[in-house]
Every structure is written in C-alpha cells, then in structure tokens.
Design a protein around this ligand. Structure first.
Ligand code: ATP
Ligand code: MG
Length: 173
C-alpha cells in the first residue's frame, strides 16, 4: 500500500463481503496503517465490529445510514443521509490521511437511485496513489467492476438464515 493502492470489490449474495473487508482492516492496522470505515445504509446498532473499532487507534468509523428498511415516507431522508455519507467519503479519500478506506454497502446507493455510478467512479479514480479502497455490497455495477483491480463474488452455497436461524450476535452483527 505504498503508492500502489488498489480498488477492491466484495460483491455477490453470499455471506462474507463486509467481514472480509474488515479482515483487511485488521491486517492493515497490524502494519500500523491508517484505516477509515464508512458504512452506508446500515443504521445505528449493536454491531460487535463497531465496539471493537472504538478501542483501535488508527481506525476511524462513520455510520451514514438509517437501516436497510426503506419506508416510502422516509426515502428522501435515506437519500440525503446516503448522499451526505458519500460527500464524507469524497473528503476522506481526498484527505490522503488513510491507507485503506472501506465503503461498506456502497453498491446500494446507485441501486436505489441515491447516487450515479459516474459519481463513484469520479471520486475513486482521483484517489491518492497509496490508498486502497474496498467497496462492498450485492450487485456491484459493471462500470465499477470494470475499473476495479480485485473483485470477489461471494457465492451463497447455503446460509443458516434460510433454515430459520435468525441473525446471530457475534456472527452476523
Ligand atoms: P457479513 O457482514 O456477515 O460479512 P455480508 O456483508 O456478505 O455479510 P450483507 O448483504 O451485507 O452480507 O448482509 C447483511 C446481513 O445479512 C449480514 O448479517 C449477513 O450475515 C446476512 N447475510 C449474508 N448473506 C446472506 C444470505 N445469503 N442469506 C441470508 N442472510 C445473509
Ligand atoms: Mg455487508
């Protein structure tokens, strides 16, 4: 990550997109690198990873969402929270203060019409050379896949959720 930062995308329907990104954060922090996580869509909540993040020097964490449940009457608020989050991402990317920036669940912004893919491409294509950016979320737009260096499609072979096991503390959040 010295002058050769990458664009990495974790997409697909299977479990592991966000947790793989956080694994990379863990790795980078171990080398004394500076990491920023910006979480789109996901709202406030008792996520174990956020608790852990609070105790980590070198790791900045921002929550820019109100939850995955979209209500018609709240959609404009969801849109403006998402767009404000993207403006924050733009600033953090341009700041050159980080080696790794994770834009968690970013793919949903163009999918829900909150943002144009072209805006994302414009911002990430101007990233400082050392910075690696990780984008997570299902259905990564092909235009983003095209400019990325590393793209992993998490394939769901099976998920416990389908057999009625609800999201588990320490595993899903
Ligand atoms: P994780 O955060 O566990 O790495 P993810 O980022 O790949 O998951 P998201 O689409 O962001 O997956 O998932 C949000 C929540 O749904 C997480 O709690 C995740 O564990 C769960 N999940 C992921 N894949 C599936 C699936 N195929 N079926 C049901 N639930 C899933
Ligand atoms: Mg995720």
């Amino acid at each position: 990550m010295t002058g050769d930062g990458r664009i990495i995308i974790n997409t697909g329907d299977g479990k592991g997109k966000t947790t793989a990104a956080l694994g990379l954060a863990f790795r980078a922090l171990g080398h004394g690198r500076r990491v920023c996580v910006i979480q789109f869509i996901k709202g406030q909540g008792e996520y174990g990873e956020r608790r852990f993040a609070e105790s980590q020097a070198g790791l900045d964490w921002f929550i820019c969402g109100k939850g995955f449940v979209f209500k018609k009457e709240r959609i404009e608020e969801d849109r403006s929270v998402a767009r404000a989050g993207f403006e924050l991402a733009r600033q953090k990317i341009a700041s050159d203060a980080y080696d790794l920036i994770i834009l968690d669940e970013l793919t949903y912004l163009p999918q829900f019409g909150f943002l144009d893919v072209a805006d994302i491409i414009e911002v990430i294509s101007q990233k400082p050379p050392r910075l690696t950016i990780v984008i997570t979320g299902r259905n990564a737009p092909p235009e983003l896949v095209a400019i990325a260096d590393t793209v992993t499609d998490m394939q769901s072979v099976k998920h416990a959720f389908a057999s009625g096991i609800k999201a588990q503390k320490g595993i899903e959040f």
